[in-house]
Ligand binder design. Structure first.
Ligand SMILES: NCc1[nH]cc(CCC(=O)O)c1CC(=O)O
Length: 290
């Protein structure tokens, strides 16, 4: 998936600016270690290794899945471009749509956000942690170990596995992770020459949407392992943001929305988070039922 999305960015850059781009594959501890990803530092291990190559000047820029980036700033590195976002929704991969799965069906997901929202949609489901890359997970559906799993639609597009999708969740059923479906192009802050070139890849609507979603996540002091969903979209020069913090039991949710001017995307996210905290969102995040 990472090589595909880097290839897409490289092609777009060549098309827009005429610059040839050489792809450099980077293998990280996250790719080779058999240990649980959480134990070796979560998705931060992929991001950290790529950022080091950027800082060392081994590569000019790096492409990440934006939802895997920690919300805090990275010293010496800037988010040079957010290309036009792909479909941000989550997809169910299995034999049937969610409503048609048998009682007590086994659903695999490693994401607390997806777990909590699945339980809210259907209390009878057995939601079970699952590991491995997308292809490994999909094989666990084919083998019958799981009745279904949930993955990002955009990721399935990039690995050419839309055939596995049985249902796409609308944001009112399941809010995606902040930044889901978007890519992040990062380079060194002092490379002004490069910043100008990479800026041609930036998509304003995508940039303001993910800015609001990530500001919400940052203000909630949450990371990618928190049961936090967010989705923002720009319509007629108004930015609409929806956020959710879902309790692990699926019983309680704090779900609020807010709209504002896209120039104030960061503020919009922070304001919504503050309102969510006032409704008990931080308490829900602190809980671990299973
Ligand atoms: N956490 C892993 C990860 N990081 C980005 C994507 C999907 C692609 C995207 O969001 O752009 C995935 C897999 C998934 O959640 O199904």
């Amino acid at each position: 998936m990472a090589m595909t999305q880097s290839g897409l960015v490289a092609d777009a850059l060549t098309e827009r600016t005429g610059h040839e781009v050489e792809l450099v594959g980077v293998t990280t501890e996250g790719d080779v270690s058999k240990a649980n990803l959480a134990q070796i530092g979560g998705t931060g291990v992929f991001v950290g290794a790529l950022r080091q190559k950027v800082l060392d000047g081994e590569v000019d820029f790096a492409v990440h899945s934006l939802k895997d980036l920690p919300t805090g700033p990275a010293e010496g590195i800037v988010l040079a471009a957010v290309p036009a976002r792909d479909d941000p929704r989550d997809a169910l991969c299995g034999e049937a749509k969610l409503a048609d799965l048998p009682r007590g069906a086994r659903i695999g997901t490693g994401s607390p956000r997806r777990m909590a929202q699945l339980r809210a949609l259907r209390h009878d489901l057995e939601v079970v942690p699952i590991r491995g890359n997308a292809d490994t997970r999909l094989r666990k559906v084919t083998s019958g170990e799981f009745d279904a799993i949930v993955l990002a639609y955009s990721g399935l597009t990039r690995i050419n596995r839309l055939d596995a999708v049985s249902e796409i969740f609308e944001p009112d059923q399941m809010l995606p992770a902040p930044g889901q479906g978007a890519l992040a192009v990062e380079c060194r802050a002092d490379r002004t020459d490069l910043l100008e070139i990479l800026a041609t890849l930036d998509d304003h609507a995508s940039r303001v949407a993910v800015t609001a979603e990530r500001a919400l996540l940052a203000e909630l002091e949450a990371g990618c392992s928190a049961p936090v969903g967010a989705y923002a979209a720009l319509e007629d020069r108004t930015l609409h943001l929806i956020g959710v913090v879902a309790g692990y039991d699926g019983e309680r949710q704090v779900r609020l929305s807010e709209s504002g001017h896209p120039d104030l995307a960061e503020r919009l996210g922070r304001d919504l988070a503050t309102r969510m905290i006032a409704k008990g969102a931080d308490q829900l995040m602190g809980e671990r039922v299973s």
